[in-house]
Design a protein around this ligand. Sequence first.
Ligand code: NAD
Ligand code: UFG
Length: 336
Amino acid sequence: MTVLVTGGAGYIGSHTCVELLNQGKKVVVVDNLSNSSEKSLDRVREITGKELDFYQVDLLDKENLTEIFKKHEIESVIHFAGLKAVGESVEKPGLYYHNNVTGSIVLFEVMAEFGVKNIVFSSSATVYGDPASLPITEEFPLSQTNPYGTAKYFIEIILKDLQTADEDLNVAILRYFNPVGAHKSGKIGEDPIGTPNNLMPFISQVAVKKRPEVMVFGDDYDTPDGTGVRDYIHVVDLAKGHIKTLDHLESNPGFVVYNLGKGKGYSVLELIKAFEKASGVEIPYKVVGRRDGDIASSWADPAKAESELGWTAEMGLEEMCEDTWRWQSENPKGFN
Ligand code: NAD
Ligand code: UFG
């Protein structure tokens, strides 16, 4: 079985490639390397001892994308490719809609031309906006707070409509909570270009002295210690969720949506403390004002994925921090 992984050189994509290859699947990666390095795929080959095919192609380039579908007998697609910086999406909404939404439409058109009937899409907990209560189930109302989230929402709706029009199409929407951690080998991990937007890579860059201190965005939220609470999930657990989802698509489920989270929330200060314990390094921090668009708390009800996919996020916060630290301390400059 050949799986096309769009955005496979990126953070979650590379970890998923490892799990796919370990399962004996053939893997073809399409990535324009706008936010990643091809070296991640060399590391995937090192970890697994297996080959994969890589094409540096933009999803917007329909001609070259079509060539890949001609060359490989693709059975399923895992669609990670997209830009993901929330703040940048507010400044450059056109770029986000074009790259993420149009890029997805081009991919869906080529899939349809070649009769590819299985797709797993990387959505995000951001589609729930500021939830009225917790934990968040898949039935919660959706709302948008920034163009990145709106693009995710649009792509979900487009996939829903495509599936309604073609009942042979199997679509799994995976709404990730907060992916952190790295592969146990320390060979692949998150390698953000420029200043990290997310908390965990910021903490780990402070730990290797690349940055002086963590800015804690607000300590006046309605949470136990006043800082934002999120559902952190180990990226390898998340990658394994994709394998379970692909298996599920073989039973022709139609259109399905799953939350992939651990189901437990930790505050910013709890994450900092857990990282200090795992690394043995003190993490200086300073409380600053709230970040625009942030919500107080978010965590998943992952029960649906557990019962229908037979998947649960197994690793806890300690392992998430230990594995992030191994990756960051062994690769202080990322893949460079
Ligand atoms: P990432 O930036 O590491 O990976 C995305 C990859 O897509 C990159 O390698 C990038 O080069 C590639 N890409 C972007 N636009 C492309 C295009 N037009 N054509 C070809 N390749 C393109 O990000 P990630 O953290 O691995 O995220 C993967 C997916 O999961 C994204 O869709 C993201 O929105 C979603 N997601 C991520 C998080 C998170 O916190 N990391 C949370 C929820 C959802
Ligand atoms: N935070 C800080 N300092 C930082 C970065 C973050 O205090 O330097 C805080 C935030 O205020 C929040 C928490 O740490 O309370 C987590 O923030 P992240 O930026 O790591 O994660 P978010 O929950 O804001 O967003 C992430 C992805 C989104 C995705 C969402 C849900 O960036 O793309 O998870 O999956 F939509």
